[in-house]
Design a protein around this ligand. Structure first.
Ligand code: CP
Length: 312
């Protein structure tokens, strides 16, 4: 099977066999990070630009570490250190990056569609590291990798996603990805945080958090994205925690071997209690570990590794 995608822009454009190939490749990459010398020569001579126009801890660092573990040269550019602050457009910025002949551009941007826009204008592969409220494909892929690793397969699982669905690119990519891979996805949020037509991505809206988590194999909690909300969408954080926060009583409604996930950053005491965030059933830090392997796999595959299987 060959991997022929130039760009990774969203989960919609990936076929289930391509998702499986990415997850298999990432699983193979994971062992490299456990070696005493965490580096292989696979992408020596390749140049990767990490262009992050929004803050990031996990995504930016793990893409950077992934590039270095594969021996690629990675260069970081932020909004405040770029000529965007002098009025240069995103397209002109991308064309100037292209003039320096990078192999891969990783873009995080506050506007939905930004990664698609530059992918059409540059020869380099573009990986979307999160665009507005639209998509965060590498997060969804690492979430699928983490679930598949612990549960054996995704098909048939009940996945509950709870939180600010309306402003969450992670929610959209996770709903699409998990439903594509055969899971049953249920969501729950205040009415003001459920976007119109979200069911079309492949999920069912639960009337309350208790119904949503009942019998769940996986519970995914999301933070409230205040930075993307124009108006206050809930009365107080205290009330939100009472109605939509994950606590022990609600966790006990799920399957006995339930796994709790969160893409981070967490707001402890709001969407998730500290007791659960740090409990044995929490996969939150393993998600971060898998993020490095998953992003190594994306670099390897878009750089042509999947077209020359066996020649790594
Ligand atoms: N999950 C995630 O995207 O985290 P960061 O914003 O820290 O990258």
């Amino acid at each position: 099977m060959r991997f022929v995608k130039k760009d990774i822009l969203d989960i919609e454009s990936l076929e289930p066999h391509e998702i499986s190939m990415i997850l298999d490749t990432a699983q193979g990459m994971k062992e490299i990070s456990e070696r005493p010398v965490k580096k292989v020569p696979t992408l020596r001579g390749k140049t990767i630009v990490l262009f992050f126009q929004e803050p990031s801890t996990r995504t930016k660092l793990s893409f950077d570490i992934a590039a270095k573990r594969l021996s690629a040269d990675s260069i970081s550019l932020s909004k405040s250190s770029s000529s965007i602050v002098k009025g240069e457009t995103l397209i002109d910025t991308a064309r100037n990056l292209e003039a320096m002949n990078p192999d891969i551009i990783v873009l995080r941007h506050s506007s939905s569609g930004a990664a698609h826009l530059i992918a059409k204008r540059v020869n380099a592969s573009v990986i979307n590291a999160g665009d507005g409220i639209h998509a965060h494909p590498s997060q969804a892929l690492l979430d699928m990798m983490s679930v598949r690793e612990i549960k054996g397969e995704i098909k048939g699982l009940k996945i509950a996603i709870i939180g600010d669905i309306a402003h969450s690119r992670v929610a959209r990519s996770d709903i699409t990805g998990f439903s594509k891979m055969g899971a049953e996805v249920f969501i729950c949020a205040p009415g003001t945080m459920i976007p119109m037509g979200i069911e079309k991505l492949g999920c069912t809206i639960s009337p309350d958090i208790e119904t949503c988590v009942k019998g769940a194999d996986i519970i995914m909690m999301l933070r409230i994205q205040k930075e993307r909300q124009d108006n206050i969408l809930f009365p107080t954080e205290r009330e939100y925690a009472q109605l939509f926060g994950l606590n022990m009583a609600r966790l006990n409604l799920a399957k006995k071997d339930v796994i709790v996930m969160h893409p981070g950053p967490m707001n402890r005491g709001v969407e998730i209690s500290s007791e659960i965030a740090d409990a044995e059933c929490s996969l939150i830090l393993e998600q971060v570990t898998n993020g490095v392997a998953l992003r190594m796999a994306l670099f390897y595959l878009v750089a042509g590794g999947g077209r020359n299987a066996g020649s790594n």
